[in-house]
Design a protein around this ligand. Sequence first.
Ligand code: TXA
Ligand code: MG
Length: 324
Amino acid sequence: MERRQNAKTRVTTSVALAAALVRGGEVVAFPTETVYGLGALALDARAVRRIFAAKGRPSDNPLIVHIGDREQVRELVRKMPVMAERLMDAFWPGPLTIVLPRAAIVPDEVTAGLDTVGIRLPAHPVALAFLRAVGAPVAAPSANRSGRPSPTSWQAVKQDLDGRIAGILKGPRSHVGLESTVVDCTSRVPVVLRSGAVTLEQLRAVVPGARRATGSDVARGRSPGLKHRHYAPRALVLVADAIPARIPKGSAWIGIGRAPRGFVVSRSCRSARDYARALFHFFRHCEAAGIERIYCQPVDAVGIGTALMDRLQRAAAGSATQTG
Ligand code: TXA
Ligand code: MG
């Protein structure tokens, strides 16, 4: 039977309750160090379909499978390349998703019909406690409605999904603030499909041949995430150091250091890390405040800066096409 869309969402700090709901086939949001995830039993196709229904997400974009114990990888994959083992040794638990050849038990609903599966062992203590209490792999996209920024707090999840999911496991604000690095380990060298807190330089220190995805990787359908429209605020997003002498009405600013005068909403960040942590929350805040233009200071593409610039440029590109 289809459940009612207005069913009550349990907001809880109880890992045991959240895990019991998921074991019962329900969808529950949970904190991770990157962003909040929207979890359901990965090996239960019906439960996974409920994630797509709650989010309003196109079903041709695959989900990441989250595990609480590295041993769980074995049942999910057909092959385990040595480079993947090395990356797990170096970066798990942590903000790294590793794409591997999938085993037959992983439903098509999770992989969007691909022959691969993305797997992550998160570092957040509440995420780990929850995944261990579930005791089975949990498929989870970011816990936002499709077209909204990834949530970095339980309140943001509630804003998007209250009444649409069985529960929200409360935790602190996500301290990375941007989604995990996604690295494909199904060919000769690791290929970064999405940048994140684990940088290409860090990956290369472990597997020297690692490279960024190119246009032809995208064309071959290797990275379905890249062809989907990424989140873009309703406001016009401008990624530039320069700001106009006369700041237009309804403008916001985010960057490192002191905010220039004349903005109705602004966020001064201490560092690129702080900027990354604040960005999605800031976009939500701007949307609620009816902001029309968001000036985002660019950062150097080193460390988290690469992922931060990636999200800023996607937001800017999307907002420019919306406003024509
Ligand atoms: O930090 C994160 O990764 C968060 C937390 C909850 O873990 N999750 C997340 O999920 O951002 P989502 O669904 O919003 O983004 C998953 C990305 C998409 O770009 C998707 O295309 C890609 O990972 N992905 C998942 N499985 C894949 C696969 N088998 N092959 C290629 N890309 C895959
Ligand atoms: Mg997402």
